[in-house]
Design a protein around this ligand. Structure first.
Ligand code: AGP
Length: 367
């Protein structure tokens, strides 16, 4: 087992550090510079079929569902097709309407999550077309789907998923590119995204290099009984995943909210005992995000911002974790990485069983 750990104290630490290489693996051979497109032969869809879809529905559980939300936003932005993600565990119980012109995407690291497998079965029974974004080759979900994109993240042992989730997000970028380039995404825009995807492994490495600094922030976060994770639009699923990771291994209550919704209720909870982790990318919402942080600070709440270098915080003096900029559509991929380290180091500080948190299984194969 020690050998498998490769000198790391936990599988989660190892899997976080493996991300530059695992991202290289999912993109290898799939980026076509000549046409600014992603080649995803495993989808088993012709360009004409790809063009025929007028909606995308993504299904997954837990973190895979949150990454599905990241994917839906990427698909809407790059391909301009209405897309949304739904918890696979709820899907078949609401007698979903399955449409022939909807592309269904099932997302799963293990490929064995029963709720996601049942959702796939429901879609297929009703004649829908479903592709998989799955890590484990030959798994139940991979086999049940009509085609798919393997994540090639390598084996993931820690219950708290990290490298597989990052590859899911990159996988969605590839799918968005494939869907976009048979629609209105230009060759130049396709190339812009390809260049940004290629830069991701190096950028992830630079975030991982900041681990000691993130560990210090985590020590402070670990002292709180409860935390908010907030973000807007692209940043909201990032916040949801950040809260999920924190809850899973540090056993601290962490709640994700849209930053814009704070004033509609949860702001009442803010005081000096409830810290907020805020996702503040350098995008068109930065000003509004900063205004919300000001409101939190004015009520005595502490804030840790996950942000970009060029966001001007002005008078607002809050600790920051800075990630490199990519193309805005891909921001969620990099913004999520420090939140893995934040959760890991909080759990380490608290002395919990990081790789096997209580009450949880790596793969949930019973309902
Ligand atoms: C992630 O950290 C969780 N352990 C969990 O939410 C997980 O993502 C979910 O159970 C789905 O698993 P899957 O990707 O294997 O289908």
């Amino acid at each position: 087992e020690d050998l498998d750990l490769g000198g790391f104290p936990h599988y989660m630490a190892k899997e976080i550090q493996e991300q530059p290489e695992s991202v290289e693996r999912i993109i290898r051979g799939r980026l076509d510079d000549r046409f600014g497109v992603a080649r995803l032969d495993g989808l088993n869809l012709t360009p004409r079929e790809l063009r025929g879809f007028s909606r995308v529905k993504i299904l997954g559980c837990g973190s895979a569902y949150y990454v599905g939300q990241i994917g839906a936003t990427m698909i809407e932005e790059l391909a301009r097709i209405p897309a949304d993600a739904e918890a696979a565990s709820e899907f078949r119980y609401r007698n979903p309407i399955i449409e022939a012109d909807t592309l269904y995407i099932a997302v799963s690291q293990s490929g064995e999550t029963i709720d996601t497998a049942f959702a796939v079965e429901e879609i297929k029974r009703k004649g829908g077309r479903v592709v998989g974004l799955v890590n484990v080759v030959g798994s139940t979900i991979a086999r049940a789907c009509d085609g798919g994109v393997y994540l090639h993240a390598g084996p993931e042992i820690a219950v708290a998923s990290t490298k597989a989730l990052t590859n899911m997000a990159v996988g969605f970028a590839l799918i968005a590119l494939a869907l976009g380039r048979v629609r209105d995404l230009s060759n130049a825009d396709g190339q812009r995204i390809i260049d940004a995807i290629r830069a991701l492994p190096g950028q992830i490495k630079s975030i991982l290099d900041a681990e000691p600094e993130i560990a210090e922030h985590a020590k402070a976060a670990a002292t709180a009984k409860s935390l908010f994770f907030i973000g807007r639009v692209r940043g909201f699923p990032v916040a949801r995943e950040g809260a999920q990771k924190f809850k899973e291994i540090s056993y601290r209550h962490a709640e994700a909210y849209q930053t814009s919704e704070l004033k509609h209720g949860p702001l009442a909870l803010i005081d000096d005992s409830l810290p907020t982790v805020a996702i503040v990318p350098a995008d068109e919402l930065a000003g509004r995000n900063l205004a919300a942080l000001q409101q939190i600070r004015a009520r005595g709440g502490s804030v840790l911002a996950v942000t970009h270098e060029d966001v001007d915080f002005g008078e607002l003096d809050v600790p920051r974790i800075v990630v490199p900029r990519t193309e805005p559509e891909l921001d969620p991929i990099l913004l999520t990485i420090p939140l893995q380290l934040l959760a890991y180091h909080a759990a380490l500080t608290l002395g919990y069983d990081i790789d096997k948190p209580r009450n949880l299984a790596k793969s949930v194969t019973v309902e």
